[in-house]
Design a protein around this ligand. Structure first.
Ligand SMILES: [Zn+2]
Length: 147
């Protein structure tokens, strides 16, 4: 195969694939919160396994708290949040939560999750925060106990 033909074939393949690639990228960037439809930011998104086993993604911890305060839905089976320091997913029941002066620009959230109590206390001290009784999120504990 000569070089010109090869380049032409690659060009045709790329132009044919472009609409599919563009659609895939748009789908990824337009992922929305299951509670309020807000755009999801990868390191703020909360991963919920609902009581019926379905997965839901929420835009942030305070959005999760609003969802948990609604008594018309059963408590989720499990919730995972991102560690503020590393971005790693943590089981919310084992994480430590801090409300502080640090406001997430996308969600307006002032609540942050940490893998350890020590990390939570460091953040609280540095940013005028308050460590919530833990480990775990009080609203999630309450929802599990009540329902
Ligand atoms: Zn939300």
């Amino acid at each position: 195969m000569n070089r010109t033909l090869w380049v032409t074939l690659v060009g045709i393949a790329l132009s044919a694939a472009t609409p599919a690639v563009a659609r895939a990228l748009r789908a990824g960037s337009s992922a929305r919160c299951a509670e309020d439809g807000a755009r999801l930011a990868p390191r703020r998104a909360v991963e919920v396994e609902e009581a019926d086993g379905r997965a839901a993604r929420l835009c942030g911890i305070e959005c999760l708290e609003r969802r948990l305060h609604r008594t018309d839905r059963p408590a989720p089976r499990s919730v995972r949040v991102h560690d503020e320091d590393t971005g790693a997913l943590l089981d919310a029941d084992a994480a430590w939560f801090v409300r502080s002066a640090v406001v997430d620009r996308a969600t307006g959230d002032r609540t942050h999750a940490f893998a350890t109590e020590a990390a939570a206390r460091r953040h609280a001290e540095a940013f005028h925060g308050r460590v919530l009784p833990g480990p775990g999120l009080p609203a999630l504990r309450a929802a599990k106990e009540a329902r």
